[in-house]
Design a protein around this ligand. Sequence first.
Ligand code: SF4
Length: 257
Amino acid sequence: MPAIPPKRSKAAVRKRLLAIYDRLRIHFGHRDWWPGDTRLEICVGAVLTQNTAWKNVERAIANLKQAEALSVGRLLALPLDELAQLIRPAGYYNLKARRLRAVLEFLAANGGADFSRFADWSLEAFRGQLLAVYGVGPETADSILLYAFDRPTFVIDAYTRRIFARLGLSEPDASYENLQRLFMSALDTDAPLFNDYHAQIVALGHHICRPAPHCEACPLESLCEKRGVEITAASPGPTAKARRPRRRSRSARRPTS
Ligand code: SF4
């Protein structure tokens, strides 16, 4: 399913994407993402945030800090069941402990604490290597690349899918790759822009463009086709009712503040 309706030129998409970003930026301010003190902490957060609310990830990371375990070497030295107990607040802790261990082994095999070694890797090679790690899918790989390593790749999540389908720029069931291409082919290759754009999308999806959207409070209201949003006759706009997205919402998976 193509992400860009065929009638729209790339220049028109670019103009619209930038207008959307400008409105969001004015509304929410710069989001200053991703919350995390170090590259490693961002990598850990990107794994732990799968299928859980960010506040749970914060509790898990706090446990790791309290145990003074937040380094590649110390995390790898922990027995798997101890690691699982420390990250228990993030849910699916046995599975996530194995996934986190796999990411840590990947980091350790490629420089350990010396993350600067990745600077020589091309984005494509780095992404390919990450995707080969157990438990790392496109969203996790792109989150690590963009937020931990400042690489210009656009992160797609369920918020992006829902919002841009409603805006009329993509289909609700667009693939990850097609939706990512929508942004990356139209916008300049600009890591700070990609960083804040995705963070703005998360803020909009979390606070306003929810499954039942608050269109009356939305900075994109005049730009939005509201595709798939059912406007009730009794109270148009503000009480717009929406079809639920087909995929399970990952709305609370990402940091929102
Ligand atoms: S106007 Fe409504 S449907 Fe469109 S992006 Fe805003 S909240 Fe979502």
